[in-house]
Design a protein. Structure first.
Length: 261
């Protein structure tokens, strides 16, 4: 969900980052539970149910449920985005059963004490093909490299350039229509954080900037289309896609991953 509902972009204070750190840790714990629940035969609606159940005890709120991105015809009806195989992002949980060999991307936003973090992972369902496993590895690495490039004094383009050069060097496609974003006061804020770009270009990265970095990588060309449900984004060529996302804060010392246990 990339489209910005409001243009809010303000650096976060250390106290605000402390809240985001706590929320991010909780989100990472929930994502860990969801990842463990992925198995052949589970219905995607079951993962949605589990996500809502896990969010409740800590007093958090699912950030995507009823979220209406600018331009969308209706609000998103689920807490969890569940995108299987050629689905890239924004898949709707439902009656579909996962089967051995699938890969499933889980994307969850959490509101914790009024502040937002965002995270996604792609999980293999049982044993998957070597090609699918490689796609997942490359996407994890692309995220790591994007995060490593998010240094104070650097530029926004450093992040996209790091992701793009790595992914294209691996022979995979990069989705360009969607990307990362500022996050914290809202689930989607400015600035947009594309997964491509030129090093040294764009906004200067400053301590207190909090953003979601989220490469979406495909085994094909990277072109995507939105399904008739209005949400699910699929690869146009039907190839597999993987998606990993962390919420990070830029600190004086470098990037800090907030969505970790
Ligand atoms: Mg996001």
């Amino acid at each position: 969900m990339r489209k910005l509902k409001n243009s809010v972009w303000k650096l976060k204070t250390p106290a605000e980052i402390e809240i985001l750190r706590a929320g991010g840790r909780r989100l990472a714990q929930i994502m860990d539970e969801l990842t463990r629940a992925v198995r052949p035969q589970i219905k995607t609606a079951e993962l949605e149910r589990l996500a809502r159940e896990e969010i409740k005890p800590a007093g958090g709120r699912p950030a995507f449920l009823n979220y209406q991105p600018a331009g969308a015809k209706r609000p998103f009806p689920a807490a969890l985005c569940v995108s299987v195989n050629d689905e890239v992002v924004h898949g709707l949980p439902g009656e579909r059963q996962l089967i051995e060999g699938d890969i499933v991307s889980l994307d969850l936003g959490l509101e914790h004490q009024g502040m937002f973090t965002d995270m996604a992972v792609t999980v293999p369902v049982g044993r998957v093909s070597a090609a699918a496993a490689k796609l997942i590895r490359v996407t994890v690495r692309a995220l790591e490299l994007g995060i490593a490039a998010a240094r104070p004094g650097g530029r926004l383009g450093d992040i996209g350039a790091a992701i793009e050069s790595f992914v294209s060097g691996q022979g995979f496609g990069l989705v360009r229509e969607f990307g990362g974003h500022g996050v914290g006061f809202r689930v989607h804020e400015e600035p947009e954080v594309p997964n491509y770009g030129r090093a040294g270009q764009g906004l200067e990265l400053q301590p207190g900037l909090v953003m979601a970095i989220e490469p979406m990588v495909t085994a094909g060309r990277g072109a995507v289309q939105t399904a008739p449900d209005g949400f699910t984004v699929r690869t146009s060529d039907g190839n597999l896609a993987a998606h990993f996302e962390h919420t990070i804060a830029i600190t004086r010392h470098g990037p800090e991953i907030l969505t970790r246990i």
